[in-house]
Design a protein around this ligand. Structure first.
Ligand code: DGL
Length: 250
């Protein structure tokens, strides 16, 4: 039996648009509702409690639209809330986490730089991941970086990354993990700054495959037609054009 209800996808802002693009590629027959909580961004420098309160409001909005599943297109929100939301709701809730495991698998004895928000790197979820796959990994909290992606401030983002990477011998780096969905849009800048052999990893495609698996298992796949609608808690006149541009690019 096909289930034509939409899938809710959310982030603190426009970063999750990259995840959304991966979901649409993997499951073109599904309808997606994307919600960027721009008015309350950033999540990654808030307290855990404040972040949880924002996430609960977003969840309530998505549930009111009768979504059949929710994708948390935000590493920070996943670390803060995924376990609690899954305990509270019966619908599938898919999260995203820094791609440390794939980075670990392709490591050749060099280091792995993990870029993420201060919150993601401080919570137990990342600690547990780090215990298992953290050999050679250097966590780099990036406060203020998501804001530059929101503002499409490319030159400032380049300067930020240049400074962030400057203490490291990049020839001794095997991989860079983009542990925040916003940073995926900085790939072109990173390609300029990093030696060609350094792999840059994110969790978007893995999250899309995971959503497909779960929908298949629960008999929740749709037959189409697919589609997407974009929403923000911020100023729609400013944010929606940015979201559309990024979706096109992704
Ligand atoms: N895009 C979010 C993430 O993946 C976080 C950005 C923020 O709100 O600080 O972690």
């Amino acid at each position: 039996m096909a289930d034509g209800r939409p899938i809710g996808v959310f982030d603190s802002g426009v970063g999750g648009i990259g995840t959304l693009a991966a979901l649409m590629r993997e499951l073109p027959q599904e309808r997606f509702i994307f919600y960027g909580d721009t008015a309350n961004a950033p999540y990654g420098t808030k307290t855990r409690e404040d972040c949880m309160a924002c996430i609960e409001r977003v969840m309530a909005q998505l549930l009111a639209q009768d979504v059949k599943a929710v994708v948390i297109a935000c590493n920070t929100a996943t670390a803060v809330a995924a376990a609690e939301l899954r305990a509270r709701h019966t619908l599938p809730i898919i999260g995203i986490e820094p791609a440390l495991k794939p980075a670990h698998e392709l490591r050749h004895g060099g280091s792995i730089l993990v870029l993420a928000t201060p919150m993601t790197l401080r919570l137990e979820k990342f600690r547990a991941l780090y215990e298992r796959y953290g050999e050679g990994a250097i966590p780099l909290p990036c406060p203020g970086l998501m804001e530059l992606v929101e503002r499409e401030a490319h030159d400032e983002a380049r300067a930020y990354l240049q400074q962030l990477l400057s203490p490291y011998d990049l020839n001794a780096v095997d991989a860079v993990v983009l542990g925040c969905t916003h940073y995926v849009f900085l790939r072109p800048i990173l390609a300029e700054l990093l030696p060609e052999r350094v792999k840059v990893l994110d969790g978007n495609a893995g999250t899309a495959r995971q959503l497909r698996r779960v929908l298949e298992e629960r008999g929740l796949l749709a037959v189409g037609p697919g589609g997407v609608s974009l929403h923000t808690s911020g100023d729609a006149r400013v944010v929606l054009p940015v979201m559309r541009r990024l979706l096109e690019r992704a």
